[in-house]
Design a protein around this ligand. Structure first.
Ligand code: ATP
Ligand code: MG
Length: 444
């Protein structure tokens, strides 16, 4: 097997060789090559110690990214290549980190410590593929399988539980039965893993093309890190708009969306407030009054606990809050929503509403037509450069100060009133006429 490598990677191989060492591409990039997807980054492993790597690449920029773990990042022609000394890991007494890490000159030992067979292959331009655990076979058969004893490997580092689900969701692979069992048996150990590491894996998992199957089949495992999922499982909505229980609806709706974490998080949480707000009317039909607000609260609490940035949490929560709010398909309504959300978030809201509707009972998919209309209107409003925020208004605070209005609160109140008038198309966004309005408003 011969891979077509970037010039910078070829140079890294040659440089190591010229210093008397041997490097290999390893992990995700080899897996991605075999999958036919262009790798995003190139990781190498070598028999050189970190100090030897640094000396060998003395004529390049070298960053000591994880020197204690043997990792050095070398910059070659603008490309960052992570080069790590072959490692053996000692015992794991805390379910997350090895007690000791030892360097070794032996590639096989390094490959044996890796999590899954599909991630445990190495490649060398002359030696070809080094596949000691039949990873290429598992790629062919679309299987996620632990290297070694699955139960031991999951117990060593509980993050592998989520990584296993992540690769299954992203690649559309099945969990090898023993690996799946070990994941389920050890899932409680995820408690020992830091929120940040969990969040990195979840961000990738929810964007997987096979996320629906993982959410539905591995709810108990995911429930350890997102307990809000558990009451939604098999929760019958008893409502003619719905053909799925709450969790199935959620999972189906998620797969309709682009693989963008923000969108997928919104969809994951949008209806999780339903079990807590469920009521039945006299005809036995289920209702979920106020569920958006409850879902929003759940999203805020969970995403904050997972240490997502305040900005992401706010954006997700805003979209969860409004996912079920009716939006009139006319231009003033579009401008009001643009003012409330900004253009990118408004487009996201439309995508969420579309995905939500696509996962409802087929006879109620009529909302798709009005969403399409809304999108056309949105494009028009943007193309016309219509005014929908204070920065687009033909007058600003300075103009009001020039009129002698000095109170900041009053300035804010007047500008807001002008903007509302312009959005509702009662006023024209034109300086002279707006200044006249200012005088009227200020007087009363
Ligand atoms: P991605 O394409 O998302 O970067 P990746 O396979 O490269 O996927 P990384 O987290 O970048 O994943 O890890 C690089 C390699 O290190 C993996 O392919 C795997 O061989 C090994 N690895 C990473 N995390 C673990 C772990 N927790 N236990 C064992 N091996 C691991
Ligand atoms: Mg990687």
């Amino acid at each position: 097997m011969k891979l077509n490598l970037p010039v910078a990677v070829e140079k890294a191989f040659k440089q190591l060789e010229s210093c008397g060492f041997c490097g290999y591409l390893v992990g995700g990039c080899v897996r991605d090559f075999l999958l036919g997807t262009p790798p995003t980054d190139f990781d190498m492993t070598t028999d050189a110690t970190p100090d030897e790597i640094i000396k060998c690449f003395a004529n390049h920029r070298v960053v000591e990214t994880g020197i204690r773990h043997g990792t050095v990042t070398v910059m070659i022609e603008g490309m960052a290549i992570e080069i790590t000394t072959h490692r053996i890991e000692g015992d794991y007494s805390d379910n997350r980190r090895p007690d000791t890490v030892a360097f070794t000159r032996n590639l096989a030992d390094d490959l044996a410590r890796r999590d899954f067979t599909i991630n445990a292959m190495a490649y060398h331009p002359q030696k070809g593929l080094i596949d000691l655990f039949a990873g290429s076979q598992d790629i062919k058969n679309k299987i996620v399988r632990c290297v070694g004893n699955p139960s031991h490997r999951m117990a060593e580092d509980a993050l592998r539980i989520l990584r296993g689900l992540r690769f299954a969701a992203v690649l559309g692979f099945d969990l090898e039965p023993e690996t799946g069992r070990a994941i389920r048996q050890n899932c409680g150990q995820l408690r020992h893993i830091s929120a940040e590491r969990i969040a990195v894996e979840l961000d990738k998992l929810i964007c997987g093309k096979n996320v629906k199957a993982i959410i539905l089949e591995e709810t108990a495992v995911l429930g350890v890190v997102i307990p809000e999922l558990l009451p939604a499982k098999n929760f019958n909505q008893m409502n003619p708009h719905h053909c799925y229980d709450v969790l199935t609806h959620t999972a189906v709706a998620m797969e309709t969306l682009a693989p963008v974490p923000r969108l997928r998080w919104v969809m994951l949480f949008h209806d999780l407030g339903k079990p807590a707000t469920f009521t039945r009317d006299v005809d036995g039909v289920g209702h979920f009054k106020g569920h958006s607000k409850v879902s929003e609260g759940m999203a805020r609490e969970r995403l904050t606990a997972l240490r997502f940035s305040r900005n992401i949490v706010d954006q997700v929560c805003l979209l969860v809050k409004y996912h079920d709010t009716l939006i009139e398909a006319d231009k003033t309504s579009v401008k009001r929503w643009l003012n409330r959300l900004s253009e990118p978030l408004f487009r996201d809201l439309i995508a969420i509403k579309r995905g939500d509707n696509l996962a409802q009972a087929p006879q109620y998919r009529d909302r798709l037509v009005s969403l399409q209309k809304l999108e056309v209107l949105l494009d028009q409003v943007i193309a016309e450069k219509a005014c929908f925020s204070l920065k687009d208004l033909a007058v600003n605070g300075h103009d009001l100060i020039d009129l002698g209005i000095t109170n900041g609160v009053e300035i804010g109140r007047i500008l807001k009133q002008l903007l509302a008038g312009v959005i509702e198309e009662v006023y024209q966004n034109e300086k002279e006429s707006l200044m006249k309005k200012v005088k009227e408003i200020h007087r009363c």
